[in-house]
Write a protein that binds this ligand. Structure first.
Ligand code: AMP
Ligand code: GLY
Length: 420
């Protein structure tokens, strides 16, 4: 079959790599892709948030299956457009993707099904939001309602910080995303990510992972899109995963179906675990980046079969074949990220970096020119390794980091510390 992957990050390179392991894939096209995807597939310059353009491309290239990586095309209704035209597509409708696109929507659903999550209130004006914070005190969490590229959440340690955040959000910093603000109880505990395929009805867990959101070692520095991940996440035990499935994921999915907006795709539940119980922090309507890199490393070729079963409503017959393995990925970013950083610096030594079934370098912001690979974004490379133990995967991933020569880049040296 002919397959189109939408996106250009490490997540999409990992999806493309796994899809290519599967003999069902005859031709793979990535749009827009990056230098790493260009080495293994065809790349097409396409506006991936323009449903009509994506559909026209699918018709012209006889695409049988579309895998949507990032949230923006989902929120823009690209999956709806494709499915309406009969193109098989992995990714939820815009209505179902509201579970990521609107925090207030998700909180209302949690209320409707009694899913454990932080207590909250939402506001459309600063004065009532400020009054709520003054009544509840700190620590407290202030969130812009809409998509804000991971920057719309302030975990305020003091009341003054929370009040500042409210003023910033209603002040227009996040545009439309900040027109409504959610204020939440601060939850203690350890975070982990739970990934579940959903075909509208059946929920099939496909793995757990833990991300590292802060830029610097020891979970210090500013928040980022994610600086590294590993899978499985031992904190998310089988018992806690079962509780999260029974109390959070399945009821949410049933409620979405009941409302006439069934969810189809991967649901990423961000969980807070305390005293052996999970509470929901947030949903995302897509794979995490870099969590996807470690999941794909572990799933390999079966990832395509699972995504197809999901898109075709056959998850009740699907199963995941787990190897007893561990994967870990280290993100290499341009110095300055998540703040300002330079583009166009040269990355050397890439050829010496091993690539095989237990070592993969997934590209994120890279660009090829004149036989060289240049950094072209904040997060640039994902050194991803598999091992019989997490320690082995970690050693292998850092050996990959150390084999390349890129003085303008940096990474955390402690990915995996919570589990090791
Ligand atoms: P979100 O975009 O909702 O995932 O929030 C980003 C990050 O903020 C999460 O990954 C958590 O680390 C933190 N966070 C969000 N909500 C809460 C909460 N209610 N209590 C504690 N931490 C939170
Ligand atoms: N790594 C976190 C995310 O993809 O949202």
């Amino acid at each position: 079959m002919n397959i189109l992957v939408l996106g250009s990050g490490g997540r999409e390179h990992a999806l493309a790599w796994a899809i290519l392991q599967n003999p069902k894939c005859d031709r793979l096209i990535c749009a827009p892709g990056n230098a790493g995807m260009d080495q293994i597939a065809d790349c097409a310059d396409l506006d991936i948030c323009d449903g009509s353009a994506v559909l026209a491309f699918c018709e012209a290239e006889a695409i049988d299956f579309v895998v949507i990586g990032p949230e923006a095309p989902l929120a823009a209704g690209v999956a709806d457009r494709l499915r309406d035209a009969g193109v098989t597509c992995f990714g939820p409708s815009a209505a179902a993707a509201r579970l990521e696109a609107s925090k207030a929507f998700t909180k209302d659903i949690c209320d409707a099904v009694n899913a454990p999550t932080a207590a909250y209130a939402h506001f459309t004006d600063a004065a009532s939001a400020r009054a709520y914070v003054q009544a509840h005190g700190a620590p407290i969490v202030v969130k812009a309602d809409g998509l804000a590229a991971g920057k719309g959440v302030i975990v305020a340690q003091t009341e003054a910080e929370a009040l500042d955040a409210i003023d910033t959000m209603f002040g227009g910093e996040f545009g439309e995303a900040g027109a409504e603000v959610v204020i939440e109880e601060f939850m203690q505990g350890e975070e982990a990510s739970f990934f579940v395929l959903v075909d509208g009805e059946t929920c099939l867990p496909i793995g757990t992972a833990q991300d590292h959101k802060r830029a610097r070692d020891g979970d210090t520095g500013p928040n980022t899109g994610g600086m590294g991940a590993y899978s499985p996440a031992p904190v998310l035990t089988d018992a806690i995963a079962a509780q999260a499935l029974d109390e959070i994921v399945r009821p949410t999915m049933a409620e979405m179906a009941r409302r006439g907006t069934p969810y189809q795709g991967v649901l990423y539940a961000g969980l807070m675990i305390e005293n052996e119980r999970a509470r929901l922090v947030e949903y995302n309507a897509r794979f995490g980046d870099p969590e996807c890199q470690v999941l794909m490393m572990r799933l390999g070729a079966q990832a395509l079969d699972l995504m197809l079963a999901c898109a075709e409503g056959r998850l009740d017959q699907a199963r995941v074949n787990w190897a007893d393995d561990h994967a870990l990925t280290v993100v290499m970013a341009a110095q300055g990220y998540p703040g300002g950083y330079a583009k166009g610096t040269v990355i050397n030594g890439l050829d010496a970096c091993p690539e095989n079934s237990s070592h993969m370098m997934f590209h994120a912001g890279t660009r090829a020119t004149g036989g060289q690979i240049l950094a072209n974004g904040g997060r640039v490379l994902n050194m991803t390794a598999r091992g019989a133990t997490l320690a082995e995967a970690q050693t292998r991933a850092y050996a990959m980091v150390d084999s390349i020569d890129w003085p303008e880049g940096f990474c955390r040296r402690d990915i995996g510390w919570r589990a090791l």
